[in-house]
Write a protein that binds this ligand. Structure first.
Ligand SMILES: Cc1cc2nc3c(=O)[nH]c(=O)nc-3n(C[C@H](O)[C@H](O)[C@H](O)COP(=O)(O)O)c2cc1C
Length: 133
């Protein structure tokens, strides 16, 4: 398994992770669950109508934190939109329950990917391990 696949699998296995953005000088954090590897990039899904989407278009810097089995993961970097229909379709195929609210053709569904950044696996028992995105 490649490093980025390990990052994606960890987040999948957590089920829920927490996504932080900047709203001016105010940090904002909320639970997220969508995660997918597409063409080797780590992707998440949201709706353009949400504040999180507006915050990321003003400032693409973001951080994810998740915890499972004594290990926590921080993914930090910059999120960029991938507006291709095929990417949105793949995301909604992975999370069919989202189809009640989203479709690849609507003006709301948004897939964002880490265009740069790093992921750090940490625990109390081992040295931190850094992976480039
Ligand atoms: C377990 C869980 C997973 C969630 N996953 C997502 C997700 O992947 N994408 C998303 O846009 N919203 C997701 N949400 C909803 C967001 O947390 C919620 O819409 C939040 O208010 C968005 O942040 P904002 O209010 O700053 O825009 C999830 C909520 C929960 C409880």
């Amino acid at each position: 398994m490649s490093d980025i696949e390990r990052v994606c699998s960890f987040l999948e296995e957590c089920g829920t992770y927490y996504l932080a953005t900047a709203d001016g000088d105010q940090p904002r954090v909320r639970p997220f669950g969508t995660i997918m590897l597409y063409e080797g990039k780590l992707c998440i899904q949201t709706g353009k109508v949400k504040a999180v989407s507006r915050q990321l278009s003003a400032n693409p810097k973001a951080e994810i934190c998740a915890f499972r089995d004594g290990t926590w993961l921080r993914v930090s970097g910059e999120l960029a939109e991938d507006s291709r229909l095929e990417v949105k379709t793949a995301m909604l195929e992975k999370y069919p329950s989202l189809r009640a609210m989203y479709s690849p053709e609507d003006d709301n569904t948004q897939v964002l990917y880490f265009r740069c950044g790093q992921a750090v696996f940490s625990s109390f028992t081992a040295a931190p391990e850094t992976v480039s995105l």
